[in-house]
Design a protein around this ligand. Structure first.
Ligand SMILES: Cc1ncc(COP(=O)(O)O)c(C=O)c1O
Length: 498
């Protein structure tokens, strides 16, 4: 008895100590939510990465490969549309952690969600959601992912990240494909035997069709459908799945309307031919609404309507990969809403700005047996709590309208600049603030990105020589003005040389 009292007292003491230790942490989070966004960038080092970033990267490089690192972030000081680095440089962020921050650094609503009791419980007690879901999980799904579900897709599978979302969507497609062809609901002895040797009929030869320059991730199945860069795929065994041509449009779109329509027709015809005659049957086609990593390549709503039509006619599922385009950046919550499809896609995958990852699907795509599309965690309650706060910010503050108007304002500056500095900037394109332009060479693009950073704007590339805009949904015309003044200054400097 005495022992128990002593233990209880010791636990209480340790909890008090722990909570005293935690207090400064909460004070820091409170301070972060009171940060004010700078009015303009401030660059205090002559190079980026500066000395503090370099010292930190040197430390890190003993443990991890740091060759892709641009600089070291200070995420306590970053605020709104501005990222602050370890040296105190404040950069307008037009790239946002590879297109994955939706509503600003240290957004007060996101910090409030992060500080909540529900978050603490979820973080301290991570459930295996497929087996022991928490009682608040269904309502949380309703208030977050389901609140913005694409029309026609009432179910959601939650997973870890973008590649994982696609990978599991492919499994759902294959399971569905086999079920449609199995006369009885039971697996045959031959299937049960062969599957353990990775042979047909249990492990069938069935394919996912993807498009040239598409990017769908880096796990094995997803990587087999990625076609953006050879380096991503090199040395990794891949499924022998087919590739269809994605339209190569010419800009400006209105000038080349006829030519572009022909190009889309050609690509659709070739896609249909693959669906008809590929030696391995195709279970699903995956497509990005705007090919992102592959170089911000677009196609028209007509093309996507055509793709929906031919996939339906050939009994093939259509997966729309909205990992990068989803969450309002193109001026609609989901980019595919702008296609006016007469029947919805079969699956829509998401991650990045949504913070939670996974795919929306119809009830028909739930396998007959449990434990088939399954893993330990089956998603993540803390990330989904953030999704709930993000979705509320986007809808309550009508950030979709803001994205549309800020995007048009940005384009109204980019187009004249692309005429004035045509040797450096061409093919301005995109939707909402999901915009891009081309540089003449990868080297010129690298120089431009470098100089922009020194002017106080963080940007990213896509494809061979494109520059992509992936700002927060909270970008305003005032931020655009800051960007444009820095951009003009860099273009002026570079134009002397090229
Ligand atoms: C369209 C698209 N799909 C899938 C992925 C893979 O997502 P992740 O890097 O989270 O695995 C990406 C990542 O850039 C992407 O842009």
């Amino acid at each position: 008895m005495l022992g128990r009292i002593n233990t209880t007292a010791a636990v209480a003491r340790s909890l008090r100590l722990r909570s005293a230790r935690l207090q400064p942490q909460f004070a820091r989070v409170r301070a972060m939510s009171q940060l004010v966004e700078p009015r303009e960038p401030s660059v205090v080092t002559s190079k980026i990465p500066g000395p503090a970033s370099l010292a930190s990267l040197k430390h890190l490089s003993a443990m991890q490969d740091t060759r892709a690192a641009a600089f070291v972030g200070d995420y306590e000081k970053s605020v709104g549309n501005y990222i602050v680095d370890a040296d105190g440089n404040q950069l307008l962020d037009m790239y946002c952690q590879i297109a994955s921050i939706p509503v600003g650094y240290n957004n007060a609503a996101i910090l409030a969600a992060a500080r909540s009791d529900q978050m603490a419980t979820a973080l301290a007690n991570r459930p295996a959601l497929g087996v022991y879901p928490s009682a608040d999980w269904p309502q949380l799904l309703e208030d977050s992912l389901l609140r913005v579900r694409p029309a026609g897709l009432d179910m959601v599978f939650t997973s870890a990240h973008g590649s994982d979302a696609n990978e599991i969507a492919y499994k759902a497609a294959f399971i569905h494909y086999a079920r449609m062809r199995r006369s009885s609901g039971v697996f045959s002895a031959a299937e049960l035997e062969s599957v353990m040797d990775n042979r047909p009929p249990g492990s069938p030869n069935v394919a996912i069709l993807s498009f040239s320059s598409g990017f769908h991730g880096r796990t094995f199945g997803a990587l087999s459908t990625t076609r953006s860069k050879a380096l991503h795929k090199m040395d990794i065994p891949a499924f022998p799945w087919p590739r269809a041509p994605f339209p190569q449009l010419r800009y400006p779109l209105d000038k080349y309307a006829e030519e572009n329509a022909q190009e889309e027709k050609r690509c659709l015809a070739e896609t249909e031919e693959i669906l008809r005659s590929n030696p391995v049957p195709i279970a699903a086609v995956i497509v990005e609404p705007i090919q992102s990593e592959g170089g911000d390549r677009q196609a028209s709503p007509d093309f996507f309507r055509g793709l929906r039509r031919i996939t339906r006619e050939h009994g093939v599922l259509l997966i729309v990969d909205e990992v990068q385009t989803g969450c309002a950046a193109t001026g609609s919550f989901w980019a595919h809403e702008q296609w006016a499809l007469d029947s919805p896609p079969d699956m829509v995958t998401f991650s990045k700005k949504m913070q939670a990852a996974g795919f929306y699907h119809t009830k028909e795509l739930v396998p007959d047996q449990p434990y088939r599309n399954f893993n330990t965690w089956m998603g993540d309650v803390p990330r989904t709590l953030l999704t709930r706060a993000i979705v509320a910010e986007v809808l309550d503050k009508d950030l979709i309208s803001q994205v549309r108007s800020t995007g048009s304002y940005l384009v109204s500056h980019l187009k004249p600049l692309s005429i004035r500095y045509h040797r450096l900037v061409s093919n301005v394109r995109g939707q909402g603030t999901f915009l891009a332009f081309d540089c003449p060479t990868p080297e010129i693009r690298a120089e431009l990105l470098h100089l922009m950073r020194l002017e106080g704007v963080n940007m990213g590339g896509s494809g061979e020589a494109s520059v992509r805009f992936r700002p927060m949904l909270t970008l305003t015309s005032a931020h655009v003005n800051v960007f444009v003044s820095r951009f003009e200054s860099v273009l002026n400097k570079m134009y002397q040389k090229y």
